[in-house]
Design a protein around this ligand. Structure first.
Ligand code: BGP
Length: 479
């Protein structure tokens, strides 16, 4: 890292004039109505039902409550919202027949956004491949790539007058790792590094094809991809084995996907590490020359990168058997990530964590943004498309005092301003999440929102953080 954060002592407290102060959502986590109004199934439907822990219905009932949420956005100075279009609400089977009610729903939703002066930033895929495509191998099957591009092209045309800001995918790493490494998403494969890399590559190829469809179609507006990125630190900076562990995971999560995004190709050091890790699980990665041709061309047309960042990681060398345990309950200290060939997640003494064992280390956001700027000087702009703190919010006497969340956001915004001070171009910040929502592997007691949701009545109550953010958004200052 050639920039020393300590040298950036007094960053300006002021955000630029056009900075977007947003809140984020995802279709499956907010809409509810997962099996009504003509929506087709996704793998999550049966997966969650079989688990029996919690239901994605009604979630935050956004399908019906969106006018309430958008009015709240306007009232609280939130001028951007991340939304995703549920692919199977438009194409119930992923391809072919169209569901007109689903198409109309998103027209109405975008119209309501504009009525309240809230800019929609729209993601086309947020972990919700339609079931028939998922069953045929999801993105490991190249047929899904073409189906995705058709769906994307349909949306570009259909919503051209209402949507300016597009994202192809949400968190390719999370999709790949939760499915093929941690095994907590439908499909549930553990520690198959070759499949994880293959999934990443195929999704990046789908991204590239969608970007070219957008560009060659002459659509107005802008397009990019959202990656979940975490800066990786060796636990012991002087131990070559820890350094290697940090680099393994850095390549797997960050560098492989960023190379694909900005170079449209994989640099030799990226490929060496990816092939070595894929071999650990007895597999190889298929990357065709024609894939790279497409990706190289598409790399010219990314208008921005969405960065989802919640935490950093400290890594230690690990040579034992795979040992993975997901903390999906908020019982502190129960999460474990030890992957043969990669390394082990550990915490650094003195660094705080949430009840879900997520590390709170806002400097990590600065290091990450500076790394992107340095390694990929052709990036144009970054949006922080997710950042936030899952917390068991205390609801008391009609109010929620979520001071730990305010502290978390404030610290991250300060480090974000430091990164902007050293020249990183950031266009906006979206808190995960706008309102409390359903969490994929944690259900309803891990809350993230500015607006508390009573999941029985669907009543919204602005939390202390909403009032705090309103002040920041209105003054564009951190005081
Ligand atoms: C990101 C996803 C979101 C959201 C968030 C919080 O990875 O893009 O959809 O779920 O993480 O994660 P969790 O719900 O597991 O706390």
């Amino acid at each position: 890292m050639s920039v020393n954060p300590a040298s950036v002592t007094n960053p300006p407290a002021q955000f630029p004039e056009n900075f977007v102060f947003g809140g984020a959502t995802a279709a499956y986590q907010v809409e509810g109505e997962t099996r009504t109004h003509g929506k087709g199934k996704v793998a999550w439907d049966d997966f969650l039902e079989a688990q029996g822990r919690f239901s994605p219905d009604p979630a935050s009932d956004f399908y019906n409550q969106y006018p309430v949420d958008l009015e709240l956005c306007e009232e609280f100075g939130i001028n951007g919202i991340r939304l995703s279009i549920a692919w199977s609400r438009i194409f119930p089977n992923g391809i072919g027949e169209i569901n007109p009610e689903g198409v109309q729903f998103y027209h109405d939703l975008f119209a309501e956004c504009h009525k309240h002066h809230v800019e929609p930033f729209v993601t086309l895929h947020h972990f919700d491949t339609p079931l028939p495509l998922f069953e045929k191998g999801d993105f490991l099957n190249r047929e899904t790539i073409d189906a995705f591009v058709d769906f994307a092209t349909f949306c570009f045309k259909e919503y051209a007058d209402q949507v300016t800001y597009w994202f192809t995918f949400n968190e390719i790493w999370a999709d790949a790792s939760n499915t093929y490494i941690e095994g907590t998403f439908p499909g549930g494969v553990k520690a198959h590094l070759a499949e994880a890399f293959q999934c990443e590559h195929n999704m990046m190829l789908a991204h590239a094809k969608a970007v070219l469809a957008f560009h060659n179609g002459g659509f107005k507006g802008k397009i990019g991809v959202i990656q979940s990125l975490e800066f990786k630190y060796p636990l012991n900076e002087n131990d070559p084995a820890d350094i290697k562990a940090a680099n393994n995971e850095h390549v797997l999560q960050n560098q492989f996907l960023l190379d694909a995004t900005f170079r449209g190709d994989y640099a030799p050091d990226t490929l060496e590490c990816a092939n070595r890790l894929a071999a650990v699980s007895g597999g190889t990665i298929e990357i065709l020359d024609e894939d790279l041709e497409i990706m190289r061309e598409a790399a010219l047309y990314n208008d921005y990168l969405g960065v989802n960042n919640y935490q950093c990681r400290f890594l230690k060398a690990y040579d034992g058997e795979n040992d993975l345990h997901h903390n999906g309950t908020g019982e502190k200290g129960t999460g474990r990530w030890r992957v043969k060939g990669i390394g082990e997640h550990v915490n650094k003494p003195g660094v705080p964590t949430t009840d879900w064992d997520w590390i709170i280390y806002p400097e990590g956001l600065f290091d990450l943004l500076v790394y992107i700027k340095q390694r990929y000087p052709n990036y144009k702009q970054i949006f922080i498309t997710e950042n936030g703190m899952g917390y068991k919010d205390p609801y008391k006497d009609g109010f929620v005092d979520d001071q730990p969340r305010i502290d978390y956001i404030e610290q991250h915004l300060r480090w974000l301003l430091k990164a902007m001070e050293v020249g990183v171009n950031v266009g906006g910040y979206f808190l995960w999440s706008l309102q409390d929502q359903f969490s994929w592997t944690n259900g309803y007691n891990k809350r993230y929102g500015f607006f508390y949701v009573d999941f029985e009545t669907q009543k919204r109550t602005p939390k202390a953080s909403a009032y705090w953010y309103k002040h920041v958004a209105q003054t564009r200052r951190l005081d």
